[in-house]
Design a protein around this ligand. Structure first.
Ligand code: PLP
Length: 453
């Protein structure tokens, strides 16, 4: 065994060899703490503090951190002599996990390609849609987040993510989310292989579409020969209540992409669920049996983690928990926050919730708010996140494509007392924002340090 370095030395090495800017950003936000123990929804640090995780690694930790049953399954797997990966055999656990995912997803989703991440799943969905339709165009929704590889990035309109990385895929076009007219206009050209959409936009601001939107989009896709592809990377695996968010809307998509929570937050993994017809267009003959693969994708650790995660999600009824706790949390937040001028609304499905803030009408609040918005549109949200973290011991983040929305997505096994702790913390920070100059002077200090750093 090599020499074990202390965590602070390892941190310094990270700052030197991996991503110094990330370390500087965490330092600036006073969020660079050393986590030593993470369990369920709780994170403990080397300086004796305890945080509640209301971010879940952007919907990775549906089963909480280091769930003992998933950890035990992985330890057991490591002790087994079967091949972890051979690339020359039939990976049995992949078959078992695929069958379970397909049974839960339902509809036409009877075949599975395993990936290592959400982006890699989106890349596969792009290739498969093109192979199936013989078309090259791709449609995506405004505000979407599908990942940062070149294909996935091509399906995102925000110039912040795209800038400097082009040219991206040609013929990838954006339509407004929750708007069927624009979608139909584009689809009718019959240039598009697929419409790729999140059933609830995560980074776009936890946007839940009108009840008829996704059904309408599916019908239009079928009418015009495009595939209806759902990105359930954040919404899948019981995050919103049912196994897939698409089940809320009785959808029957051609392709569904899963990742994040699939393997208990412990092993990289993703899955692309697709119809028999889509599979046939890609792998339809013997000489195309390995036309799209990925070295690590069906490895036993990831597959075992996936099976154990499904078992935990279902044994502990975490879908039902997400539905009930989510509704309860939104109700309590509404009650606690509705009197604040900067509160706009709380929305979501299951335990994927967003609190939207708005520019205040009172001049005393409006001046500092607009000043900070001009410095950086994310400044208000970031100071809010910092305050919740440092003062209240709660880890959250604002949405990547909508800085006025605080993402609220705790592990699905979050306890009632933890929900209450969160509601109280947000209410207290809102009181501070509305009643004291301390919040705004802190924001100014942060802005100065960000500019000078
Ligand atoms: C909805 C959605 N799709 C795709 C991705 C990309 O997943 P990954 O980071 O695993 O590549 C993300 C990542 O946050 C996501 O939120």
């Amino acid at each position: 065994m090599g020499q074990t370095l202390t965590a602070s030395v390892q941190g310094a090495l990270y700052a030197e060899y991996v991503n110094p800017q990330w370390v500087r950003l965490l330092d600036l936000l006073q969020m660079n703490v050393q986590y030593t123990r993470c369990l369920g929804a709780e994170l403990f640090t080397s300086d004796g503090r305890r945080f509640l995780d209301f971010l879940s690694g952007y919907c990775v930790h549906n089963t909480g951190h280091n769930h003992p049953r998933i950890v035990a399954a992985l330890k057991d797997e490591l002790d087994r002599p079967e091949p972890a990966m051979l690339q020359s055999h039939v990976p049995d656990l992949a078959g078992e996990l695929a069958e379970r995912l397909s049974a839960r997803a339902g509809g036409r989703l009877t075949k599975v390609f395993f990936s290592n991440s959400g982006s890699e799943g989106i890349e596969a969905a792009i290739k498969f849609s093109r192979a199936h339709t013989g078309r090259s165009g791709l449609l995506f929704a405004e505000g979407a987040f599908h990942g940062l590889t070149c294909g996935a990035l091509s399906l995102m309109g925000n110039p912040f993510w795209r800038g400097g990385f082009g040219p991206l895929l040609p013929e990838a076009e954006q339509v407004p989310f929750n708007n069927l007219e624009e979608l139909e206009r584009k689809l009718a050209t019959k240039r598009f292989a697929a419409f790729v959409v999140e059933p609830v936009q995560g980074e776009g601001g936890v946007r839940v579409p009108d009840p008829e939107y996704l059904q309408g989009a599916q019908t239009l896709c079928r009418r015009h020969g495009s595939l209806f592809v759902l990105d359930e990377v954040q919404t899948g695996l019981y995050r919103t209540g049912p196994f897939l968010a698409s089940h809320h809307f009785s959808l029957d998509p051609d392709v569904v992409v899963l990742a994040k929570a699939l393997s208990g937050g412990l092993v990289p993994s993703g899955a692309v669920l697709m119809s028999e017809e889509v599979y046939g267009s890609v792998y339809g003959s013997l000489h195309r049996a390995i036309i799209h693969t990925s070295t690590f994708s069906e490895n036993r650790l990831a597959m075992r983690a996936g099976l154990a995660t499904l078992e935990v999600l279902e044994r502990e009824h975490l879908g039902e928990r997400a539905a009930a706790a989510g509704a309860e949390l939104r109700g309590r937040l509404r009650q606690a926050l509705s009197s604040f001028a900067m509160f706009k609304e709380v929305r979501g499905l299951g335990l994927l919730c967003g609190i939207e803030f708005q520019s205040p009408k009172q001049i005393a609040l409006r001046i500092p708010f607009e000043t900070f918005r001009r410095i950086h549109p994310g400044m208000f949200g970031q100071v809010l996140v910092m305050r919740l973290f440092r003062d209240k011991g709660i880890l959250t983040q604002i949405c990547g494509n909508n800085f006025m929305v605080l993402k609220v997505a705790p592990p699905l096994l979050v306890e009632d007392s933890q929900l209450e702790e969160f509601v109280t913390a947000v209410r207290q920070v809102m009181e501070l924002i509305h009643s004291s100059s301390a919040f705004w002077s802190e924001a100014l200090g942060l802005a100065r340090r960000a500019i000078n750093i």
